[in-house]
Ligand binder design. Structure first.
Ligand code: GLN
Ligand code: ZN
Length: 781
């Protein structure tokens, strides 16, 4: 029996982000729907052709989306939320974009009361909520459910795309998000309602979709149930069998696809469902493959995700074959091989890479190259090794070179980690002692005011950076320009009466890229874009080697800022966990090791800042929560290494140096003791959107065990995502609420997050109200 190859999905944006640019033109009204559709049709055609060229047995249809594939399912299954009030004949795509983006001219105006219903705009027309797709940096649109939700087959988009592929002569495998995952990933919009109760109404519509695909002559449908990699409530787990028996009645052959996370307690269930095949992620969970091969009945196809769909490294053919061989030797039934998950999460192709040197490039594989890796692996498995001898030789040489390269492995970095001793991750004294020396040193007023780091990145600043990068503005000119911006930010903060200043981050393009560019072990691609949400793409740095800091990164800017004022200037760094989380990470050593290397590099910077007279240093860790493994079983190990990495970065300084950290909006209640274990002297968090509810956990309410956060806290008093200026009253009200939960001696006053996306006028107005509120509140003490 020969091996078959396929992919779970392919990047949508196009080799040169054609979809992004077409979408944005369409939204600006520069091209009409027909023109946008033509672009999308062309992209699908090209992407299927790429799959065909790599010899895949099927092209995958249904992975394309103008914004997001979950949103496609909302339309396919006819469950657009009623609150959008779409008129009868409003075109499908126009409804789609309204759900994805909201209705713009109804954004709330200044002075609008802040409550739960208006956080994204006027009731009824704010966009669907967006949230992270499992542990990726891709965001999906969250389906909304309530008791009145109904389903019906309401879109022909999928069937039209299938027809398009068939007309081009391709063998089609259609892909759907499975019913359990679709429901699970949605959210109830009604108190007391359980979306699980909608399953029975949903299944018949899936049956209709599958029947229709069968009528179109589709032999295989890949049905994604990634929630099988989560710790599922019993009711959900138990529903799989019943649901799939029902679907099996009408369906073409179903390939149930799982990815990202171990199946663990769902392994036998996944193997026994009444489907024709099962896909598993052998990159994330190679240890489960034998179990799957044993449990999966021999008449079912086993699809092994062997090429890493989440990372950019060239596959080691021998390592991959070593994983696959035992499965082949079992001779258990038909074997397919594929990337571990959809290739949505990797860039398009190395062909466009101009910035990377040839050696580094030879270590990588993007989506197009990954398809080709499948071709080579299959040839070997099927006894055709000779036909791919050249490809194998090249791959082996690249893998061997990377394994032994001095660019990757540095003795000094290894030695530093090896030499680290107990206590390297602890401050000299415990918090109460540090707090007292810091109080004496800084003599700040009660409820000190500060900001989170960045000030408006004006078009002027961005233009200067662009012209510096193009070589039109020289280094001295750029430095002058940035110094002027820093001086401006310092002057404005002094005029506003803020207590702890920041330099404003004018010189930074991005909080991770800025540091990556100055650290050894990082590389940057020219075109390595990955979709984040809608038309937004990110270009994550590539951490390829041992990380070290060759020279100070921020000291000169910060010291300059400090020289302009007598008030304390807060140094501003990005933490190791966040740098790791927002990069492509090495696969040849544990993530925790890379994280620790970054931590030591940041520690060097912290120590140098202290040496330059900077008394307060903030180490941002907004990504700490999103790094949590999908399975709870993995949480303790992650949290232990993440908090240790932070502490390593923060613990090289004296007691009187005050360390801050900052985290953005997320639930912290279930990991509060670990956040406290980071032992920052001050933590600033985003709380205004939850009306300070988030803070209650820090005070010991709403969290398991009644744990009270011991150190100082700056709960954000206004949302920085909109230009709305918070009133003095509103800030006073929020801080009074905060003071009920946290002793006022431990409270700071600051915005939710950095102000880089804002303009100066609203920033000054908001901060002025913030300072006024602080003064009013101090009188009450
Ligand atoms: N210091 C950063 C800023 O102010 C923090 C950004 C973030 O938390 N995402 O922009
Ligand atoms: Zn933030």
């Amino acid at each position: 029996m020969t091996t078959r190859t396929h992919t779970l999905g392919f990047p949508r944006m196009g080799a040169n982000r054609e979809l992004k640019f077409a979408l944005e033109k369409h939204w600006r009204g520069e091209i009409d729907r027909t023109a946008l559709e033509a672009v999308s049709e062309e992209l699908r055609a090209r992407h299927w052709q790429a799959q065909r060229d790599a010899g895949l047995d099927f092209v995958t249809v249904g992975d394309f989306a103008y914004y997001d594939h979950v949103a496609n399912h909302i339309q396919l299954l006819g469950c657009e939320p009623a609150r959008f009030n779409f008129f009868g004949d409003e075109p499908e795509l126009s409804r789609y974009f309204k759900m994805a983006r909201g209705v713009e001219d109804e954004i709330p105006d200044a002075g609008h009361v802040h409550d739960e219903s208006c956080k994204h705009g006027t009731e009824g027309t704010f966009a669907l909520e967006m949230t992270k797709w499992f542990d990726t940096n891709y965001h999906y649109l969250v389906p909304e459910f309530n008791a009145a939700t109904q389903f019906r087959l309401a879109s022909t988009r999928l069937f039209d795309e299938v027809a398009q592929a068939q007309q081009a002569g391709h063998a089609v495998k259609a892909v759907l998000l499975g019913p359990l995952s679709f429901l699970y990933l949605g959210k109830e919009k009604e108190a007391g309602f359980d979306r699980f109760s909608l399953l029975d109404a949903l299944l018949p519509v899936y049956e209709q979709v599958l029947t229709r695909l069968k009528q179109q002559g589709v032999e295989w449908v890949q049905i994604d149930e990634p929630i099988l990699g989560l710790d599922l409530p019993d009711a959900w787990r138990n529903a799989f069998e019943r649901a799939y028996w029902q679907l099996a009645r009408s369906a073409p052959k179903l390939l149930l696809a799982t990815y990202f996370s171990p199946l663990s307690d769902n392994l036998r269930l996944a193997c026994q469902l009444p489907v024709a095949g099962l896909h598993v992620d052998a990159v994330r969970s190679p240890q489960e493959l034998t179990g799957v091969a044993d449990w999966l009945p021999a008449h079912k196809v086993l699809s092994v995700g062997i090429v890493d769909g989440r990372n950019i490294w060239r596959t080691d053919p021998d390592a991959a074959l070593a994983v696959l061989r035992p499965v082949v030797d079992k001779n258990r039934g038909e074997l397919w091989i594929a990337p571990s998950c959809s290739l949505l999460h990797v860039p398009f192709s190395l062909a466009a890479e101009t910035k990377l040197d040839a050696e580094l490039k030879s270590w990588l594989a993007f989506a197009v190259e990954k398809l080709d890796e499948l071709r080579v692996l299959r040839a070997v498995l099927d006894g055709g090794e000779a036909s791919v001898a050249n490809e194998l030789k090249t791959a082996r040489a690249a893998v061997a070179a990377r394994r032994s390269s001095p660019r990757v492995h540095r003795a000094d970095v290894a030695l530093r980690l090896a030499r680290s001793v107990v206590g390297d991750d602890a401050r000299t004294s415990v918090f109460p002692q540090r707090q007292s020396v810091q109080r004496t040193r800084f003599a700040l007023p009660a409820l000190p005011t500060t900001t989170i780091g960045s000030f408006p990145q004006t078009s002027d600043i961005r233009a200067a950076r662009a012209s510096f990068k193009r070589g039109e503005l020289d280094a001295a000119g750029y430095r002058e320009k940035m110094r002027a911006e820093i001086a401006l930010a310092v002057r404005k903060q002094e005029e506003l009466g803020i207590d702890v200043l920041v330099h404003g981050e004018a010189e930074r393009n991005d909080m991770v890229e800025y540091f990556g560019e100055q650290l050894d072990g990082f590389a940057f691609t020219a075109n390595g874009w990955v979709q984040s949400y809608g038309s937004r793409c990110v270009k994550p740095p590539v951490i390829f080697g041992d990380v070290a800091r060759p020279a100070p990164m921020t000291v000169e800017w910060t010291a300059y800022a400090q020289s302009l004022t007598k008030l304390p200037m807060k140094g501003m760094l990005t933490g190791p966990v966040t740098i790791l989380q927002w990069s492509f990470v090495r696969d040849d050593q544990p993530r925790a090791t890379t994280c620790e290397q970054i931590a030591w590099a940041i520690r060097d910077e912290v120590v140098d800042l202290e040496g330059a007279g900077i008394g307060i240093i903030q180490i941002d860790e907004p990504a700490i929560r999103e790094g949590l493994p999908l399975r709870r079983a993995g949480w303790p190990a992650y949290l232990k290494s993440a908090t240790r990495a932070f502490r390593i970065s923060a613990s090289g300084v004296r007691d009187e140096t005050q360390i801050h950290t900052h985290m953005c909006y997320s639930e912290f209640n279930d990991i509060l003791p670990e956040i406290a274990a980071m032992d920052a002297d001050v933590i600033t968090i985003e709380t205004s959107r939850s009306d300070m509810e988030l803070l209650r956990g820090f005070g010991g309410e709403n969290n398991s065990g009644g744990f009270r956060y011991p150190n100082e806290i700056g709960p954000g008093v206004y949302d920085i995502h909109s230009p709305r200026v918070p009133s003095v009253d509103e800030i006073v009200r929020l801080m009074r609420k905060a003071a009920v939960v946290v002793p006022h001696e431990n409270l700071w006053i600051n915005p939710d997050c950095g102000l880089k996306t804002r303009g100066w006028p609203e920033t000054e107005a908001a901060l002025s109200n913030m300072v006024t509120a602080a003064k009013l509140l101090r009188k009450e003490l």
